[in-house]
Ligand binder design. Structure first.
Ligand code: SF4
Ligand code: SF4
Length: 313
């Protein structure tokens, strides 16, 4: 019986990899640990989620994935690689196809395959579902959560999109990953917004990724965008785990939008400043960037320019 279960697990893992995952692992669907639940509550209570009101919703579901799929017994966590670091003012992941669709499509195909071959029912979750993605990836043995609050896959880095397939079938869970950052702290020093507390916590209100993407309205006084128009890669760039290894696997990554790459090479953001709304919408139609209107990128560009001017005065 044990042999059959291990074969079943390996064949699901193999299928996940065939569909584009770099790693996948299995965890028992149950309540998250008391420590993980309390940490999240403290983050919300301190207001560190800023204007991301959705973070404070569905807390019961966030604590227990069984509330997302009736009878769920297994969380199959998958990590899909995206392209290597591109220098420029747009976070690297945004150059690729919108992961919300890309990852969901892969997970749904995996779910269909699992149901056809092993029965039960499945639900595909990407980061729009209230589920603790990094927690489950760590539980499923894929990697550990670093001081930069990102999932780190040993030897492969953090340039991955995570997705979870909930399944009503049961398998022996994989061993959780128990590695840690040790005393590194390089990401804390590299963070332009001083958003990282050095213990794994991140105050979104100071994070460039949050400020450039999620924060509507005027930017808070003193905000440092680190020269970025959309997102931020600094805590990945600084991380010793995100070096050569993650570049080596980028060939399997989501395909990239070449025109967006061209635009972002303009260090002075002049293409953005002169772009019409319709051109912008077309340019980012397949990128996660399409959720941010052109006016917000212009706000960010103006902020960066005003910071640069005041630095040179
Ligand atoms: S994304 Fe950028 S601003 Fe946010 S924590 Fe990482 S380095 Fe800091
Ligand atoms: S830069 Fe260092 S401390 Fe930060 S996540 Fe990477 S290994 Fe951990």
């Amino acid at each position: 019986m044990g042999h059959r279960i291990s074969h079943l697990k390996e064949s699901i893992r193999h299928k996940a990899i065939e569909l584009g995952a770099y790693r996948s692992g299995f965890a028992l669907a149950q309540k998250v640990s008391g420590e993980a639940a309390a940490l999240y509550r403290r983050w919300i209570d301190a207001g560190c989620h800023g204007e991301m009101a959705y973070c404070a919703k569905y807390l019961d579901e966030r604590d227990d994935p069984r509330l997302l799929l009736d009878g769920a017994r297994t969380v199959i966590s998958c990590a899909f690689p995206y392209a290597a670091r591109h220098p420029g003012p747009i976070a690297s992941y945004a150059y690729g196809e919108d992961y919300h669709y890309w990852v969901k499509d892969r997970l749904k195909r995996l779910g269909q395959w699992v149901e056809e071959n092993y029965g039960g029912s499945t639900r595909a979750c990407v980061d729009t579902a209230p589920i603790r993605e990094r927690y489950w990836a760590q539980q499923a043995g894929i990697g550990f959560v670093g001081v930069n609050n990102q999932l780190i896959i040993p030897g492969a880095g953090s340039r991955f999109f995570l997705g979870e397939l909930l399944w009503t079938g049961a398998v022996d869970p994989d061993e959780p990953c128990t590695l840690t950052c040790g005393g590194c702290q390089a990401c804390v020093r590299a963070c332009p917004g001083s958003a990282l507390d050095g213990f794994g916590g991140c105050d979104a209100r100071r994070c460039v990724s949050y400020l450039t993407i999620e924060h509507r309205g005027p930017l808070p006084a003193g905000a440092n965008l680190g020269g970025m128009l959309y997102g931020c890669d600094s805590c990945l760039d600084a991380c010793p785990h995100c070096g050569q290894a993650s570049r080596a696997i980028s060939e399997e990554a989501i395909s990239e939008i070449s025109e967006l790459l061209e635009v972002s090479k303009k260090a002075d953001n002049s293409d953005i400043a002169h772009m019409t709304s319709s051109h912008y919408r077309k340019l980012v139609a397949h990128s996660a960037m399409r959720r941010v209107p052109l006016a917000q990128l212009l706000r960010n560009a103006e902020w960066i320019n005003s910071q640069t001017e005041s630095d040179t005065q």
